[in-house]
Design a protein around this ligand. Structure first.
Ligand SMILES: NC(=O)c1ccc[n+]([C@@H]2O[C@H](COP(=O)([O-])OP(=O)(O)OC[C@H]3O[C@@H](n4cnc5c(N)ncnc54)[C@H](O)[C@@H]3O)[C@@H](O)[C@H]2O)c1
Length: 359
């Protein structure tokens, strides 16, 4: 054990916690110190697996034992738990995405953390991985010239295919945009700057069925749109299209493409840290792989926690900053509101008069 290691306490010992534990174990600057879960048995199992103590949340949030709380619970509890960690006096808090369900709550949380002197970091940390770092570096050095447009496409069958308890992913204000959208919106924000909404439309396939785990075959209802298509715009007026769906059996659409005056960049799935970034200059017959930027430390979900621990040591902000998290939460909620609240615009009826025989 290293005295300079930041002691990490995980709150929420569900599916993603194991991935975090693996990433944290591969870093010298953090040490998994404790865990907590509303489900005490789940906490005990996770604790046993990682040779750490489990405790109720109130007890885990103790600055004498933990420096950095990692909140890995369903979205509605992110902000309340982060606030609790701040109130307990912890120096740093990491929150899984989204930072909060309500963007105004996110803004208040950020102000609250700043007032208390608590460093806040927010997933996704895929921005720190080599794929998005490579794309950012390519854009910065002008590989594709002035950017003309971008397209992000997220088609999936929905988390009920693999998650044994998928209902929170279909709660109001969640759906594909609230759940998977942050990866795409954070990547676009990181690469192109803040975005705003020009137009959006939505559809909901409400009746769903769990497809894995002990409740497989159980039906449930979606309370958020399960398909959204949107037109976004950067601050410079560059158009960006975004489609997010949990209603697709499969797709061959690219995840994310950026088109510029000199060529196009095609990115891998922004839900992951790695993958090739492809480049095709105008006139080139084929694509080439952009040389990957090297990143330090372990790769995978949790690398943002390692960055946050380093930020704590060096007195800087987290690279996965809460301000971007607030922006993309606001963007996602504006998108859902735009797509669902606006009455459909009736198509203008154009009567085609058949040409007269003399024409
Ligand atoms: N599962 C994934 O692959 C994945 C990937 C990336 C991000 N995420 C994000 O991570 C978060 C957690 O997802 P998950 O899939 O691990 O969920 P999960 O349902 O598998 O686990 C969540 C755990 O949190 C516990 N919990 C709920 N409320 C709590 C509270 N108030 N206090 C303490 N414990 C509480 C639950 O008992 C459960 O064990 C979500 O925000 C999700 O969007 C998940």
């Amino acid at each position: 054990m290293n005295a300079t290691q930041v002691r990490v306490g995980i709150i929420g010992c569900g599916m993603v916690a194991a991935e975090y534990a693996t990433t944290l174990a591969a870093s010298d600057c953090v040490r998994l110190a404790a865990c907590a879960d509303l489900d005490a048995e789940r906490a005990a199992t996770f604790a046993y697996r990682h040779s750490i103590p489990s405790a109720p949340v109130d007890d885990l949030l103790n600055p004498a034992a933990v420096d950095l709380a990692v909140v890995l619970t369903p979205p509605a509890s992110h902000s309340p738990l982060a606030r609790q960690a701040i109130a307990a006096g912890l120096p740093a808090v990491w929150v899984e995405k989204p930072i909060a369900v309500d963007p105004n709550d996110a803004a208040e949380l950020i102000a609250h953390a700043a007032g208390a002197g608590t460093l806040l970091g927010v997933a996704p940390d895929t921005l720190l991985g080599p794929a998005l770092q490579t794309a950012a570096s390519a854009l910065q050095r002008g590989l594709i010239g002035e950017i003309h447009s971008a397209a992000a496409t997220l088609y999936s069958t929905g988390p009920e295919r693999w998650h044994p308890a998928p209902e929170p992913f279909y709660a109001e204000h969640v759906g594909p945009l609230g759940d998977m959208g942050p990866y795409y919106l954070a990547a676009l924000d990181h690469l192109l700057g803040p975005l705003h909404v020009r137009a959006a439309t939505a559809a909901t396939r409400a009746e769903r069925c769990i497809r894995s785990g002990p409740r497989s075959g159980t039906g449930f209802t979606a309370h958020s749109p399960t398909y959204i298509a949107a037109l976004l715009e950067t601050q410079e007026g560059t158009p960006v299209t975004l489609t997010a769906s949990f209603d697709s059996a499969g797709t061959r659409a690219p995840h994310l493409e950026i088109h510029g005056a000199l060529g196009t960049l095609a990115l891998p799935d922004p839900n992951f840290h790695t993958g090739d970034v492809l480049h095709r200059p105008y006139g080139a017959p084929t694509w080439s792989v952009v040389a990957s930027v090297a990143t330090a430390g372990p790769l995978g979900r949790g690398m943002g926690v390692v960055d946050l621990a380093q930020a704590l040591h060096h007195g800087r902000s987290a690279r996965c900053c809460p301000q971007r998290a607030e922006r993309i939460t606001r963007l996602a909620q504006t998108l859902i509101a735009t797509a669902t609240a606006h009455p459909p615009v009736p198509a203008q009826v154009i009567t085609n008069t058949p040409p007269s025989p003399s024409q």
